[in-house]
Design a protein around this ligand. Sequence first.
Ligand code: PAF
Length: 328
Amino acid sequence: FARRTLVTAITGATTAALAMGALSAQAAQTVNLGHTLSDSSHYSVGADAFKETLERLSDGEFEVVEHPSGALGGERAMIEGLQIGTVDLVITSTGPLGNFVPETYVLDLPFLFEDYDEARCVLDGEVGQDLLDKMSNHDLVGLAWSENGFRHMTNSQRPVTSPGDAEGLKVRTMENKVHMEAFEQMGVHPTPMAFPEVFTALQQGTVDGQENPITVIVATKFWEVQDHLSLTGHVYSPAVVLGSPILLDGLSEEQRGWFEQAAQASAEATREEVSRLESEGVELLREKGMTVETDIDKAPFQEAVKPAYQIYTDQYGSEMLDRVRASD
Ligand code: PAF
């Protein structure tokens, strides 16, 4: 009898434990976080920080499942997914964002920011918060400004140290009309394309070059298909942690606070990784065989892209641009 009681007690306890486990597993709400870069990239560092922070703050109420490498589509497709609720969270550059939130186009103007400190200061200040707030008018929730980095040009044809060298090159750009306009002014043929298609397009020679921060060039192993890198730093590329209103608007204030803190932690971790790779990445790319042009006189590039500012203000006015300039 005693043995049977013991067995029954153990079985009962095990069943109860399993049931509790199943219950808590059921209670964890899965949220899907997508980005387009590899799982060794700065975006993945940010995604890991988001996951760790949200799961810790919510004590397991939410479980974050990361989808790197464009598994949920390119950035434009993922932003659409947020609007209709098929994607919960995205880390994206502002590349395609202006198509949804035109106010953010101001950040894509070439040579707007001098350095990382200036860009981070503007994004962490009033202008950055205002832009995040504006996203709710476009069925998106802006959680935090993160970072992609200053963009540099790579190509398979020749070293580029002046706009004249870049003239005639077919360069993949983001699906962003401010960037495309600037490249056209430089005499480059801009070819907008979603990022998941870029490596193959470079490999097959559909385009000669692309432009991205060192972090991306390293994470995507562009040295395999591009011989020349020029540190043009022609535009600062912010990233942003975005959420779907369909998920976030249904949360309590406390829960939403956890998401905001997780996004902040994600942005901080990403910026740290960008800073680290910015200094170490160039050396790695040299070792991988790329020629690296470091001695770039930016003045002729700045001069070449100047008309892009006029085209921007003609369409969107100068208020946002003036505010950015006043706050850096
Ligand atoms: O080139 C792009 O589309 C973006 O910089 C990337 C690589 C997707 C990161 O946001």
